[in-house]
Every structure is written in structure tokens, then in C-alpha cells.
Design a protein around this ligand. Sequence first.
Ligand code: ADP
Length: 412
Amino acid sequence: MLSESRVLVINCGSSSLKFSVLPLGEDMPLLSGLAERLGLDNASISFKNESGEKRTAPLDEATHECALETLFSEMSSLCLMDSLCAIGHRVAHGGSEFRHSVLITSEVIGKIRHLSELAPLHNPANLVGIETAMSLLPDLPHIAVFDTAFHQTMPPEAYTYAIPLEYRDDYQIRRYGFHGTSHRYIAMETVKELGLDPDNHGILVAHLGNGSSVCAVKNGKSVDTSMGMTPLEGLVMGTRCGDIDFGAAAYLAKCTNQSIESIYQVMNSQSGLLGLSGISSDCRTLQEARQQGDDRATLAIDVMVHRLARHLGGHLASLTHLDALVFTGGIGENSALIRELVIDNLAVFNLKIDKEKNQSVAGGKRGVISEPDSPVILVLPTNEEKMIAGDAAEIAETVSRLPHSYEHHIIA
Ligand code: ADP
């Protein structure tokens, strides 16, 4: 491994920039935080140190460049700059092009830009972070880690929509899946935690947060996932509807005289838990409302749980056997209620939850929550930053050993 041993992980949005500085192989960052309201009034940056102390400062300019310069100056004052071996950038959409994490070159930037057509909200914002960081720190290797890459092992029958095939070939309309970095991390951790055979295992991962997806992992590879060409397909999420009959969407557009773009907006940002409950997109808030007898909050949770159970059952069909069902993400890691309700819906697969153990696992804890005669049900906190840092360091090390400048270095 390189003598320098820390990685800066950047997740850049159009008006925000999340960051963490991770020592290799460690779970917890030395420094993390968020620059917010970039491009708007009152832009600020907040830092959280190793002990969890937080500090927020206004930014002199509301730009990504100023945010990164402020971050680098903070890192310098904490003596973290000299020890950096790489910068890992989270990138939303890698299309069919990127099956792995990759060293960022001008060619890679061109391809990520081209893929913006598939992810217009995310890839251009990710590129701002990449290009700004590369211009400020040109001597360090910058690595792109794609949310879609892990799912590139899905077989054609799992990723192809049943529309005229020319659309897949001419316009890249197919299922890609997202949350790949989290699913890959959780699958790897599950193999370690349970001592599974790396070449013969079947795992279902339920990543449940504001965005949610299920993934079936067979022998370390994604074989099916619930999100599709965009993160809209699949489960009921905070504000996204997940699966919906296109006929219903078309009819709604006609009834309300809305354009396709407007319906797409409704499905993405006014639906899911928020649209059903009329209260909130936040699962915790809805659990409280349900407790107090709110009918719409109760229905919202029931619809979410039903869809989740349906997807878990469906994804089982891509496995030859089930070693473990793993819950992760804000809801998966913390909501004993959602875990219990969904497992109750999966009794046909002999999945049985230990209610006491289930109640005791929350707040970043990991643990088995199944009965002894059930397939294992596990809760594991996800750590996408650690996975990104690991990929970035591994590629940086390969690059440092090469005699010439780098192009196209990938890791399996
Ligand atoms: P994101 O997808 O934005 O990363 P998170 O993974 O942080 O989101 O998950 C956020 C979701 O987790 C919210 O719906 C929140 O209500 C839910 N959540 C967090 N803690 C709890 C809890 N104790 N009980 C139920 N839901 C929780």
C-alpha cells in the first residue's frame, strides 16, 4: 500500500458538496462535512471532526471552488493534506460503459459527460466536483466510483425492458440499478461476517433510506436489482413512487392536462411516503403518526412494506439459495418496525424474526435478528465512503507503480 494512507471522498451535487477524509481500511472519517447552498445565498460549510464536534462557517463565495479551497485549507491546518494518496469521486451514472471504478482521465470525463443524458440531475453536478478538484489538486490521482457499476453483471433478461429492442440499442434504454457501492459493500461485509463461501452464496440486500433498492447478490455479483434506468423504479421511497403502471401515468397526464415532464416530477418528488401520507417523506415521522392512529401514515407504511416484501420475494428467484437477507440504510439500520412488518410478510420463505433481537439493533449497530431455524436476517450499517476510499486507494497504488501516465486503470 502507498505510504500516504488517506483518501478524500467527494460526493458533489448541484448545490452541495459532501466530503470525508478516511484513513485506509477504517470505518470512521478523520474529518467529514458538507458545503451547502452553493450557487445560492448564505452558502456555508460544516465540518465534523473525529470526536463528532461540529463547526459551521460561511463561505466567502458560493462556489464549488471556494468550498473545496476552504476544505483544503481546513485539511492543511489539521495536517491531512500531505497524507492524501487519492481522491475518490462518487458518480451517479456509469451507463453500460463503466463496470468498475476507474482513474479519471480526460477521456473518462468525456464519457461521464456523455452519460449526463441518462442522469441529467446528477452526472453534471458530479462533474463539477471532479473538474474543480482536479484543477485544484492536479498531482493526485482522482478516481470515479459509479453507483451503477456493481449492477453491470446483471444478465440481459434482468436488465432489458420489454419494449422494442431497438430502443435499448439506439438509446441505451435499459435497467442499470443504483446504490451499487452500498450493495457491494454490504455483500462483502456479509460474506466476512457470516463466513460464507465467496464462490457460493446468495444474499438479498435491502438498502432502505430516502432512496431505496433491493439487490440479489450471487457469488459476489449483482444478478438483479429493483431500481431501473433511473432511481425511480422499484420500491416505495421517501418522495418516489417506485413501480407504477405506465398506463396510470399516461391517464393521469390526460386527466390533469400535465406534460410527461410534469408527471415525472410528481412521481419523483411528490409521491412515495410523502404523497401517500400527506405528512412527510421521513419514515420516523410516519411511524410516530401511525402510532397515533393516522390513517394515511398507516397506509403509507403498509404500501411501502408490501412493495418491499414483493420485491424481496421476486429477487429470490435470481438466487439458487438464500444465505442471508441484510437490512441497511437509514430505515434498514434503524427501524425495527419496518423490519418486523416486512419479515412477517415473508413467512412463506420461512424467514422468521427474533423480535427481541430486532428491537435491540439500531443506531449503527450490526447484528443477526433472525430465529435460529430461519435463513439469517442481518442488520449491517452501510459505508459507501469506505468502499469508495478503498477503490480509490487501490487504483492509486496501481497507478503509482506504472512507469507512464495512466489511462483506463480499473479494478475488479
Ligand atoms: P439517504 O437515502 O438520503 O442517504 P438515509 O439512509 O439517511 O437516507 O435514510 C433516511 C431515512 O431513514 C428517513 O426516512 C428516516 O426517517 C429513516 N430513519 C432514520 N432513523 C430512523 C429510525 N430510528 N426509525 C425509523 N426510520 C429512521
